[in-house]
Design a protein around this ligand. Structure first.
Ligand SMILES: Nc1ncnc2c1ncn2[C@@H]1O[C@H](COP(=O)(O)OP(=O)(O)OP(=O)(O)O)[C@@H](O)[C@H]1O
Length: 301
């Protein structure tokens, strides 16, 4: 089957800044695809070019088999773009916003109410935008992006600034959107979000895609395997290095001393012998380790 999105050698500069610097990737139909990277990596610019909102300096985009630029009316009905909540009218209620979108897309207004139900906002249908919580406003923006039942949905940092519970609720909603057969493309600077939701993740930094794979394969390909944390104050970072020659990356933030190792068994035995197991946490490598491995620096969203 043809790809939902095919991007080849995309580039976009703002003055001297290469915001997008030779980006290529493909998204399969039905896939949940994530672009993960810190602030300023170029995720939004990439997404806007793919959506047809911005013109690239060079490179090509095929979106559902069409060119999104210059503005392509055929695509409007087939894709959904989640707008930031700030793009709504404050005084309108959730239902009025959703109905406005239904009118814009020429779909029955009943769809607006169905979508509010899908995103769990029926109870807030008569609440004005300005009185919705951050999570509710994000849900409304997703409802509006889905109102015309697009094949493909773009979400730009959909859970930014939400509390952990609201984020997890929204994750469930996004999984449902994808399980309904829609292709979902999301940008995020949250590692755990990419890991939990996406079939495949493109790790982006400084305008370039460094690697694309499933979260599991990204982590598996990594040399650093196990992350061990113990309470601070039992050993110094120097002592950790002494105890275990095979230690990469130690960090003591005053609460926890954390390091990664290829040889957890030996190190855990040594820590036990020194009665330094207080607050012990052991975990496998995460996408944060992948980022560190790829860029040589800690991930700071
Ligand atoms: N219209 C613009 N004019 C000039 N520079 C821009 C413009 N839009 C973005 N940039 C710059 O291009 C770079 C990439 O920005 P972009 O918004 O694509 O990154 P991002 O990965 O989406 O980051 P964020 O998570 O902060 O939104 C940044 O350094 C940003 O400051």
């Amino acid at each position: 089957m043809d790809a939902a999105i095919r991007v080849t050698d995309l580039a976009k500069r703002y003055g001297d800044l290469r915001a997008v610097d030779g980006v290529s990737f493909e998204v399969k139909r039905g896939e949940f695809f994530g672009i993960l990277g810190p602030n300023g990596a170029g995720k939004t610019t990439t997404l806007e070019i793919v959506e047809g909102l911005r013109k690239p300096d060079s490179g090509t985009v095929s979106l559902l088999g069409e060119a999104p630029w210059p503005r392509n009316k055929k695509l409007g009905q087939r894709i959904g773009v989640q707008l930031q909540a700030s793009a709504f009218f404050d005084r309108l209620t959730a239902r009025e916003q959703a109905r406005t979108f239904a009118d814009l897309y020429g779909v029955p207004r009943a769809h607006a109410d169905e979508m509010l139900e899908t995103v769990g906002l029926t109870e807030k249908a008569n609440t004005p935008m300005e009185k919705l919580s951050g999570g509710q406003a994000q849900r409304l923006s997703i409802a509006c992006a889905l109102i015309h039942e697009p094949e493909l949905v773009f979400l730009d940092e959909p859970t930014a600034a939400l509390d952990p519970q609201a984020r997890r609720n929204l994750w469930d909603l996004l999984r449902k959107v994808n399980a309904d057969g829609r292709t979902v493309v999301l940008t995020t600077h949250y590692m755990d979000e990419a890991e939990s939701l996406c079939d495949r993740v493109a790790i982006m930094d400084k305008g370039k895609i460094l690697k694309i794979d499933t979260p599991a394969a990204l982590v598996k390909g990594l040399a650093a395997a196990t992350r061990i944390s113990i309470s601070s104050g039992f050993l110094s970072t120097d002592e950790v290095r002494e105890v275990a020659g095979d230690v990469a990356q130690t960090d003591d933030d005053g609460v926890e001393l954390t390091f990664t190792t290829h040889d957890p068994a030996t190190i855990l035995t040594t820590l036990a012998a020194r009665s330094a197991l207080d607050g012990l946490r052991v975990s496998g490598a995460t996408l944060e380790d992948v980022f560190l491995d790829l860029t040589g620096r800690e991930y700071r969203a």
